[in-house]
Design a protein around this ligand. Structure first.
Ligand SMILES: Nc1ncnc2c1ncn2[C@@H]1O[C@H](COP(=O)(O)OP(=O)(O)OP(=O)(O)O)[C@@H](O)[C@H]1O
Ligand SMILES: [Mg+2]
Length: 323
């Protein structure tokens, strides 16, 4: 395990009030994986990440990061990790190349090694073209790429990325995903936070969903979604609603069936079938309808999303919170 935490907790005291930002989190992150922490604003993602990267001390609980105990060996943890904060920190009167070289020197590289590594990193983050320009002239996406380039200058085993794509346009976002994937291919494990459902789904090998400082679900995106409900097939029929319902309700691959009222304009009534595996249920379902002489007006396959998982665990939707 690259990260293992037990009962990690953080209580902030501000103006006499206590805020329980993280309330006893247990996490396990494996070597070489992309692990995500998904949750709404204020869930405790940044706080968890700042504890694991030694920036703040836990109030309670323990964690081992890259084989080192967080409480007794934080210097060793710091050597093995890279950290890219939510806000980013590159906007000065300095070029990207100089900033990268400085970062390398900070980690004890010689001038030559730092320059060589900087050139390498600039190339892999497609920044070579702007490498000798003041960072303050960079676009948002270029800045974010530089943030991450800084985080991996010293070739950490584990990279922490706090909301790597917030504020990026769709194209820069897609680039960032590619960069995260290629870092993983080169053996860097990544711990990232996000409040984007699609990002967690597409990018993470495993994830934990966090809400009000507590982990409410954990697993691979696929397993988490499967846990919720299986797939839903929505079949639209005209006139044969009852007949179709009786017919399909008897099939053993259908777990549950709900029927809606016919649409007054089109006469189409939609049956929602809850099935384990939509891909195999669809052909069987079509055959059954065909055999009974019922021609469906429409068929839609709905796979549960991570939002359905969040909804089931918390009773709220992540989408509704403006994320
Ligand atoms: N230094 C602090 N002092 C007091 N409260 C804090 C401090 N830092 C964070 N908090 C509170 O702890 C809770 C968790 O904050 P955190 O920044 O970890 O959330 P987050 O999941 O990263 O949210 P976001 O998606 O908005 O970045 C929030 O209620 C926040 O207001
Ligand atoms: Mg945050």
């Amino acid at each position: 395990m690259l990260i293992e935490t037990k009962g990690l907790k953080k209580v902030f005291k501000s103006r006499g009030k206590e805020v329980e930002a993280v309330r006893g989190v247990d996490l396990a992150v494996k070597e070489g994986e992309v692990f995500g922490l998904l949750g709404p604003n204020g869930a405790g993602k940044t706080t968890t990440m700042r504890m694991l990267s030694t920036l703040i001390e836990p109030t309670e609980g323990r964690a081992v990061v890259c084989g080192h105990d967080l409480a007794t060996d934080s210097a060793a943890v710091r050597r093995d990790i890279g950290y890219v904060g939510q806000e980013g920190g590159t906007w000065g009167e300095v070029t990207a190349r100089d900033e990268l070289v400085m970062q390398g020197r900070l980690y004890g590289m010689s001038k030559r090694t730092a320059a060589k590594r900087a050139a390498e990193v600039l190339e892999s983050f497609q920044l070579s073209e702007y490498a000798d320009r003041n960072v303050k002239t960079y676009s948002g996406g270029q800045k974010r790429r530089l943030d991450i380039a800084l985080g991996i200058m010293h070739e950490p085993k584990l990279l922490f990325l706090d909301e790597p794509t917030t504020g990026l346009d769709p194209q820069s976002r897609a680039h960032m995903w590619d960069e995260v994937r290629s870092l993983r291919e080169r053996g860097t494990a990544i711990f990232l936070t996000t409040h984007y459902l699609d990002e967690a789904d597409a990018l993470c090998d495993r994830l934990a969903i966090i809400d009000h400082g507590e982990v409410v679900a954990e697993g691979t995106p696929l397993a988490l979604k499967k846990e919720v409900a299986g797939d839903v097939v929505a079949v639209g029929v005209v006139g044969d609603g009852e007949k179709a319902r009786t017919l399909l309700g008897e099939k053993d691959f259908v777990r549950e069936i709900e029927s809606g009222e016919p649409d007054p304009a089109t006469g189409v009534a939609v049956l929602r079938l809850y099935v384990d595996e939509g891909a195999t249920a669809l052909p069987e379902l079509l055959r059954a309808l065909d055999g009974a002489g019922i021609a469906p007006a429409s068929i839609e396959l709905h796979r549960p999303s991570l939002d359905d998982v969040f909804l089931k665990q918390t009773g709220r939707s992540l989408r509704e919170e403006g994320n």
